[in-house]
Design a protein around this ligand. Structure first.
Ligand SMILES: [Zn+2]
Ligand SMILES: [Zn+2]
Length: 327
């Protein structure tokens, strides 16, 4: 079979839907069509989420496969017609401009169908440009590997995580209205509150992953899993290696707020948000009494996000020996 009358069409932004062939993952993401054709190798594509590596012809989404079937069937029918025409010497029908024999079919490459937004959450999509190979791809939430070269960037992952948390926070109101329509006001309230609460945990874990990766890189040591979930401990670790501590970049108020939110995140995750004596002792939080439940406000989540961005951008500039400008 020499040819298939198909060309790839990207979505409005020039991206092309792909799906991880690893059965446990099946993560859907997008790659800029131009980069898919010019940069991504035929032999090696990396899943942004699980890191699975496979040949370029394995990354069809279920939707694409469904749309591909009639195209292939149609091609087969035309192909048979072509052959019959040839057999019967019907050269009156010009083949010079026949698109069916001009285009070469490469599996996984030249197929035309419309791309669909991923799920219902198109607005949370994050566009990423790999800092190593320049490939552009687009994901929902956090991604760890570049689909082209497999590069895993701690800095990118951190920024991407914060971006998608921010988008989620910004769409909370809209989601609440939508969920109220779909279910009822009670369920909508509960679901949105739970998303808001989990945003604290998502921020802390994004920061912790990023900070420990940077620390390991700077120190040549291996930090422990929760070292950077404790604000004071993390600050001291960086100070020991670089001479710079969190209070060099954050105001006393910002630092105190970050500590309070990290404490609240801890109690939300480990005690379902119920205030216990240990929380009161550790946090010095006077706005709650024993036995109350922590309430997360949207404004608090936004403030923590801004503080983590500020702190993160300073940590990114750190160098061993403390010769960073510390801005
Ligand atoms: Zn995967
Ligand atoms: Zn790359």
């Amino acid at each position: 079979m020499e040819s298939l009358p198909i060309t790839i069409r990207s979505d409005e932004k020039g991206y092309f839907d792909r799906e991880c062939p690893n059965g446990d993952c099946l993560y859907t993401f997008k790659v800029l069509m131009k980069d898919w054709e010019e940069k991504v190798s035929d032999d090696e594509v990396h899943c942004p989420l699980c890191g699975h590596v496979d040949t370029a012809d394995k990354w069809w989404t279920q939707q694409q496969l469904e749309q591909l079937n009639p195209i292939i069937t149609g091609f087969a029918e035309n192909y048979i017609q072509e052959s019959l025409d040839k057999v019967f010497g019907d050269f009156a029908q010009s083949t010079r401009h026949n698109k069916f024999i001009r285009v070469t079919y490469k599996p996984g490459r030249r197929v035309s169908f419309s791309n669909n937004p991923i799920g219902q959450r198109e607005e949370w999509e994050t566009e990423i440009c790999c800092e190593k190979c320049g490939t552009h791809y687009s994901v929902i939430g956090s991604a760890y590997f570049c689909p082209c070269c497999g590069f895993n960037s701690a800095v990118n992952s951190f920024n991407d995580s914060l971006d998608s948390i921010e988008k989620m926070l910004e769409s909370l109101r809209e989601m609440k209205a939508m969920l109220t329509d779909k279910y009822n006001a009670d369920s909508a309230e509960t679901m949105c509150r739970s998303m808001l609460e989990s945003s604290l945990g998502d921020m802390v874990s994004a920061f912790q992953k990023f900070a420990s990766c940077k620390y390991d890189e700077l120190s040549g040591k291996t930090s422990r899993v929760n070292d950077f979930q404790i604000v004071d401990k993390g600050s001291k670790l960086f100070e020991k290696e670089t001479g710079k501590k969190y209070s060099d970049w954050l105001s006393a108020g910002e630092l105190a707020f970050m500590e309070l939110m990290f404490q609240r995140r801890h109690i939300l995750e480990h005690n379902n948000g119920m205030v216990d004596q240990q929380y009161l002792n550790k946090s010095g939080d006077t706005s709650y009494s024993l036995g109350q439940r922590i309430i997360v406000k949207e404004a608090d989540a936004h403030s923590l996000l801004a503080i983590l961005r500020k702190l993160g951008s300073s940590i990114m500039k750190l160098q061993v020996g403390g010769d960073s400008d510390g801005n």
